[in-house]
Design a protein around this ligand. Structure first.
Ligand SMILES: Cc1cc2nc3c(=O)[nH]c(=O)nc-3n(C[C@H](O)[C@H](O)[C@H](O)COP(=O)(O)OP(=O)(O)OC[C@H]3O[C@@H](n4cnc5c(N)ncnc54)[C@H](O)[C@@H]3O)c2cc1C
Length: 374
């Protein structure tokens, strides 16, 4: 028996720019798990799919006017949805638009991010080539300021066009007002306020070369020095290869990629916290051991969540249940096929408690949780 009923919603006449448009597709009691890379979570009371900006805005306004809770979904690659699902309207953003003019790029929120990266590299441009392979939509990239292999979107985004649910207007927010920081932004800080419609980037024409490689692993893999430029296409391919080796490129056949990528952010510690942490590390692992440490502004130091998890005893493949640590990367918690969200959260809580007991550091989840918390 089908769990949802309505077929495609009839598109009223008036064209895609008509503000009164209702979303083209509406389903009820619709499974959300297939829309997430974890394949986890219960159904949404109502699921809408919007394919134009006007449809997105109309759907958001309708939910807000009726006081219905709203969950915006892009590619579902950073979402942990509770087993009970979502008692409200889930709005899937499926808008399309890739406009490249010189070095200026505008993406509709629903564009597949990794495909957009590939197209910019094909066009010979630099700036986002090392963000290849990150799943999900372009519209979600400013939310947590996605980053990998020495690049983050905060460096190339110029403006984000959003629908502001507080003022009920579509506005353009310049980079300086996005409050971007490590895996964070103004949009993440105010999760019920902004719906991203479009993202604009300034890329670089370096004659087909990449931006200077900032990440040591990428430079090493390419046999060059940190800071060197290489052909942008080669940088993209190298990043994709490195990511695949860690289960960080989606592959439906590979349970190591039934994840949200990194489940925890890298902890940022102030001076006193880092001293206390170092003492705990050396007490437990030996005086010669120094944990990974990277400057994080002012007196702050960033350390590695993957290292902490591993050294606390949660090695690759850890777990015997349906949710386990990836066999390729300690930072990815995975659904081995039969897990529930509660199984996943039980594993996450075990890791958080174990790392805290071992090193006194509290890990924080990177994916957004819906109806559940750690
Ligand atoms: C295998 C794998 C590898 C990954 N590697 C990386 C990595 O290297 N670096 C990294 O930073 N992330 C990584 N991620 C996490 C994830 O891919 C990114 O955070 C991505 O940007 C999420 O996009 P999405 O469209 O899937 O968002 P979703 O999971 O659909 O949503 C995530 C959050 O953004 C909100 N959102 C989505 N679209 C919009 C919109 N248009 N307007 C307003 N809010 C919106 C949602 O409401 C939710 O709160 C990885 C995930 C996986 C599964």
């Amino acid at each position: 028996m089908a769990r949802y009923a309505c077929g495609p919603w009839p598109r009223p006449s008036g064209g895609a720019t008509d503000r009164t448009l209702v979303p083209v597709q509406e389903l009820h009691d619709a499974p959300l798990a297939p829309l997430t890379t974890f394949r986890l979570g219960g159904p949404a009371a109502r699921l809408l799919t919007a394919t134009t900006d006007a449809e997105v805005v109309a759907a958001v306004r309708e939910a807000d006017d009726s006081g219905t809770p709203l969950l915006v979904i892009g590619g579902g690659s950073n979402l942990v949805i509770g087993d009970k699902g979502f008692e409200g309207t889930a709005l899937r953003i499926a808008t399309k638009g890739f406009e490249l003019a010189g070095t200026t790029l505008e993406l509709a929120a629903g564009e597949v991010w990794t495909d957009a990266v590939a197209r910019t590299v094909e066009a010979g441009l630099a700036g986002i080539e090392c963000l290849a392979g990150i799943p999900g939509s372009a519209g979600a990239t400013p939310i947590q300021n996605v980053g990998a292999y020495g690049q983050e979107v905060a460096s190339t985004i110029t403006e984000v066009v959003v629908y502001d649910r507080y003022t009920r207007e579509t506005v353009t927010i310049p980079n300086a007002e996005c409050a971007f920081s490590y895996r964070h932004s103004r949009f993440k800080a105010e999760p019920d306020r902004f719906v991203v419609l479009r993202v604009r980037f300034a890329l670089e024409d370096a004659g087909g070369l990449s931006a200077p490689l900032k990440y040591p692993e990428t430079a090493r893999a390419m046999g060059v020095e940190q800071g060197d430029r290489v052909p942008a296409a080669a940088a993209r391919e190298t990043v994709l290869r490195l990511r695949a080796g860690k289960g960080m490129v989606l592959d439906p056949e590979d349970h190591d990629t039934w994840s949200a990528g990194s489940f925890f952010t890298n902890p940022i510690l102030d001076g006193a916290q880092f001293e206390a942490f170092l003492a705990r590390v050396q007490d437990r692992l030996g005086p010669e051991v120094t944990p990974p440490a990277f400057p994080a502004g002012g007196e702050h130091t960033k350390t590695s969540a993957a290292w902490l998890i591993d050294k606390a005893g949660f090695t690759k493949g850890y777990g015997t249940g349906p949710a386990r640590i990836s066999t390729k990367h300690t930072l990815a918690l995975t659904n081995r096929g039969e897990a529930t969200t509660e199984d996943l959260l039980a594993l996450a809580r075990e890791v958080v408690a174990g790392v805290h007991d071992a090193f006194g550091v509290t890990l924080v989840n990177e994916p957004v949780t819906v109806g559940v918390s750690l």
